[in-house]
Design a protein around this ligand. Structure first.
Ligand code: UGA
Ligand code: MN
Length: 244
């Protein structure tokens, strides 16, 4: 099956560095289609040029987050992930579903190559541990007899699916047979986007544990430090225009 990776991304000083790290990983994965969704009113030159040279199959989308939702404490990238879902559904509407697996790959996380081998065998919805998240070294689904029976987490343990966006994959078949499943803003509290989405397409009992019964960390919720640009010049700019 093809792996579809939906990556929301937005313009900031570290954007090209993040996308470079991601492309360097994805380029090593067979049959991966990268759906990059810019949080912007139009496709940017920087991302267009970058993707053209990235050397992997990709689709370049864009949708701006409404200004009222750009606030600390509110969920991020809701509209962008939905744009990726809409593109996938549109692309597959006329044919019987090709084998495919979808996952949500934020641009700042760190992905091992083994993760892709694990997710490729997803039948409906698969799950695995995520490192460096939720105020702990890791969060993970608790597995008994091959079934998810609970969650090891230190943050909002009341979440129906106590899992980060980086901790699950969904088969294309499930995406197509649940055409209304989307990420929601209304009623979505911080940290509930994953649960609110997964609730629409699966149950905890149905989840397929990967990564050796969810005992291996193959993805890390790394976050990039904000860059210090305190010494950027206001006058005496560089003599050539450099893309960073
Ligand atoms: C956590 C989760 O890991 C995210 O999946 C979740 O979307 C997010 O919380 C949330 O609060 O909604 P965190 O590291 O705090 O992640 O979020 P970011 O990595 O800053 O953003 C998630 C993705 O959205 C990234 O790919 C980022 O590039 C993108 N993003 C972020 C935008 O497209 N627009 C923004 O204004 C901010
Ligand atoms: Mn992040």
């Amino acid at each position: 099956p093809t792996i579809y990776a939906i990556t929301p991304t937005y313009s900031r000083p570290v954007q090209k560095a993040e996308l470079t790290r991601l492309a360097n990983t994805f380029r090593q994965v067979a049959q991966l289609h990268w759906i990059l969704v810019e949080d912007a009113a139009a496709r940017s030159e920087l991302v267009s040029r970058f993707l053209a040279r990235a050397g992997l199959p990709s689709t370049h989308l864009h949708v701006p987050t409404p200004r009222r939702y750009k606030r600390p404490g509110l969920p991020r990238a809701t509209e962008q992930r939905n744009a990726g879902l809409a593109w996938l559904r549109q692309r597959h509407q006329h044919q019987r579903a090709q084998p495919g697996v979808l996952f949500f790959a934020d641009d700042d996380n760190t992905y091992s190559l083994e993760l892709f081998q694990e997710m490729r065998t997803t039948r409906k919805v698969s799950v695995w541990p995520v490192g460096l998240v939720g105020g702990r070294r890791y969060e993970r689904p608790l597995v008994e007899n091959g079934k998810v029976v609970g969650w090891y987490t230190g943050w909002r343990a009341d979440r129906p699916f106590a899992i980060d966006m980086a901790g699950f994959a969904v088969s294309l078949q499930v995406i197509l047979s649940n055409p209304k499943a989307v990420f929601k803003r209304r009623g979505s509290q911080p940290g509930m986007q994953e649960s609110d989405f997964l609730k629409q397409i699966t149950t905890v009992e149905e989840l397929e544990p990967k990564a050796n019964n969810c005992t291996k960390v193959l993805v890390w919720h790394t976050r990039t430090e904000k860059v210090n640009l305190a010494n950027e010049p206001k006058y005496h700019l560089d003599t050539v225009k450099i893309e960073v």
